[in-house]
Design a protein around this ligand. Sequence first.
Ligand SMILES: Cc1cc2nc3c(=O)[nH]c(=O)nc-3n(C[C@H](O)[C@H](O)[C@H](O)COP(=O)(O)OP(=O)(O)OC[C@H]3O[C@@H](n4cnc5c(N)ncnc54)[C@H](O)[C@@H]3O)c2cc1C
Length: 290
Amino acid sequence: MKAFKYHAPKSVDHAIDLLKGADENTHVIAGGTDIIIQINQKMIKPEMIVDLKQIDELKYIKEEDGLIKIGALTNFTAIERSEIVRGKAKVLSNACGEVGSPQIRNLGTIGGNVVNASAAGDSITALMALDASLVLRSSEGERVMKIQEFYEGEGNSQIRKDEILSEIFFVSPNDNTLTSFTKLGKRKALAIVVLSSGIVLELEDDRKTCKDVRISLGAISRYSMRARNAEEKLIGKELTEENIDSCVNEISEMTYDSVYNSPFQDLASYKGTSIKGVVRKTFTDILERV
Ligand SMILES: Cc1cc2nc3c(=O)[nH]c(=O)nc-3n(C[C@H](O)[C@H](O)[C@H](O)COP(=O)(O)OP(=O)(O)OC[C@H]3O[C@@H](n4cnc5c(N)ncnc54)[C@H](O)[C@@H]3O)c2cc1C
């Protein structure tokens, strides 16, 4: 392995100072669970590494001004166990609890999951359903963008080399909102996602009618995707079997089309059918709590 410069700043200000003028050979490390593999496999050849692990100011979960805010360096175990997240955004605590093994959940961070931008990123599906926003910081200042926007355009994501992801936040779901996440993997332990769904569903006060719903699907395309046409099948409607069926069928068709038009065309029928079970399970978990 080629020698590289290694820095371990203890503050965000120091980190972004080190990243001034960074080029494609400069890399940030958080938990290292993705990037160390990429270095070992020579997929990347860093000349400078900025290790964020010691920046404690980026490790937090708090509820403030109607928002749930999570520091990018927070690991999956902390999020899975957080009372705030479990109480208000089960979709995210479930998703974080599904990542890898306990060791990976202790090391891996939510920021690393978002920036690594894998089609298999479990927290990304949950964050899409929560319509989360991301805070990116550099020596030039701060940018805030919706997670969906982060994955649009060229390249893996919209982060620049001189930036770090510092925070992820979303509107704190109200008492009428129920959320859930389901992951289909090949085996129980350490399974990389085959399909996943995250649902955030707000009910009217009658507790029968869907006021708003956001459904996000993982591993049906390059990035997690919102199922907007399927959401339309439920918004303003009662949560009857028939209306849920219509939503699930729309998701099945969307999944088939998306996978068919990807390099994994052979999996279109399998995923188009299996997603029905995954989404139904997510709805069942929500409906049991209505
Ligand atoms: C055995 C194994 C099993 C796994 N299972 C799963 C799984 O089930 N589900 C899943 O979603 N993932 C899984 N992963 C992938 C991985 O653990 C996650 O993607 C994890 O969240 C990465 O976080 P990290 O902190 O380790 O990131 P790192 O590896 O440190 O970094 C990943 C990328 O993000 C960048 N980065 C990290 N933090 C920041 C930041 N704050 N600002 C800017 N850039 C940043 C790095 O430069 C790098 O490009 C698995 C990995 C392994 C090795």
